[in-house]
Design a binder for this molecule. Structure first.
Ligand code: NAD
Length: 339
């Protein structure tokens, strides 16, 4: 029997990616939805054949505890809502996937991890790129020093942000901005390419070119991680410019993904030639991997502890930008064993 997944929050990511991805999963399937909008509930019920008894809103959400059709609750809400809903899902006795960034603060992440531990449920973060062949190749090349010692990494992730998700621009519940939204990809990529956690960070906000649109959030930021051996990762994020790249230079060669962080169309090359790797349905593989971890009682490659590590680093990046100082990074060492 396939495990049942309930999506919480039927916004752009659920509609465009996770719903369709759950039509192709082998070990799990879409079984329920949680939404505050009755029109969306009707649309999803029809499109995906979701029975009435598996449709919840934010008030009835906790009753999901009594629903044996739902094994996994997937939180796809604005970032400041992740903590509350992960904890409520764990209390309802469900395994949980939480979208990135895991939460707003390390304290919130710890409370989410504790709640899942207490309920004896698994918790994973929606880090889809850990299931993507080019990124897995980068982990292997970088961590196994195939191109020698990594001396310099470049991670650029920028997009022109529309007004579509007001919270992303800091409005309503807030919790957006390019550092939280995109900086988490750069942070992840720097760590899994080098195979180490950086020891410190310096950061500088981009000047605001559109003060109205970016009144409540940063428009962009450059930040640089320093690793223990003196090597660096230069990262750039923006909500006003498009770029999408990962490059690493080692003592014996280099690697590059461009575009690097998209849902499809990732292309890679190294100093020895083109990476001849397929593009795969990332979210399908990500959710099936989590279902497999539950079925076989194995740890997930992308656990809550990794999400908490990255939220801690995001907090250090903001501190560096606010103070202008080099800020020490003090987070747990959590690494995807793929490398
Ligand atoms: P979105 O704004 O399109 O959707 C958010 C949903 O939450 C909407 O359906 C909205 O109605 C609902 N919601 C419920 N209560 C709300 C409230 N009080 N205020 C605002 N919205 C409320 O956003 P999205 O792009 O779907 O992102 C959702 C989450 O998924 C975020 O954490 C985001 O970072 C993450 N995400 C991850 C990826 C990825 O590649 N892993 C891609 C996109 C988004």
């Amino acid at each position: 029997k396939k495990l049942g997944v309930a999506l919480v929050g039927l916004g752009k990511y659920s509609e465009g990616e996770l719903g369709p991805a759950l039509e192709k999963t082998k070990l799990c399937k879409l079984a329920g939805i949680v939404t505050g909008t009755p029109e969306k509930a009707n649309k999803w019920k029809k499109k995906y054949n979701v029975p009435d008894k598996n449709v919840y809103n934010y008030q009835t959400f906790d009753q999901i505890a009594d629903n044996p059709d739902i094994d996994i609750v997937y939180i796809v809400l604005p970032n400041p809502m992740h903590e509350e809903y992960v904890i409520r899902a764990a209390k309802a006795g469900k395994h949980v996937i939480c979208e990135k960034p895991m939460a707003m603060t390390v304290q919130e992440c710890q409370a989410m991890i504790d709640a899942c531990k207490k309920a004896d449920r698994k918790l994973s973060i929606g880090y889809r790129l850990h299931f993507e062949p080019h990124h897995q190749n980068v982990m292997q090349i970088g961590q196994n020093k195939i191109i020698g010692d990594i001396k310099k990494i470049i991670c650029d992730d920028g997009q022109v942000q529309s007004e579509e998700s007001p919270w992303r621009l800091g409005r309503g519940v807030g919790g957006g901005g390019p550092v939280r939204d995109l900086g988490v990809y750069c942070t992840q990529a720097a760590i899994y390419t080098k195979g180490e956690i950086p020891v410190s960070v310096i950061a500088k906000y981009h000047p605001k070119t559109d003060v109205e649109k970016f009144k409540l959030i940063e428009e962009g930021m450059n930040f640089q991680f320093q690793f223990a051996d003196g090597s660096t990762a230069d990262c750039k994020v923006s909500f006003n410019e498009k770029f999408n790249k990962l490059r690493a230079e080692g003592t014996k060669g280099w690697l590059e993904l461009d575009p690097a962080y998209e849902y499809k169309g990732i292309e890679g090359k190294t100093s020895s030639g083109k990476m001849d790797l397929p593009n795969v349905p990332q979210q399908t593989l990500q959710m099936d991997d989590f279902a497999n971890c539950i079925i076989s009682n194995k740890p997930t490659r992308v656990p809550g502890e990794m999400g908490m590590r990255d939220v801690g680093i995001l907090q250090s990046i903001f501190e560096a930008a606010e103070t202008g100082n080099k800020v020490k990074i003090n987070v747990n060492h959590v690494m995807d064993p793929v490398g």
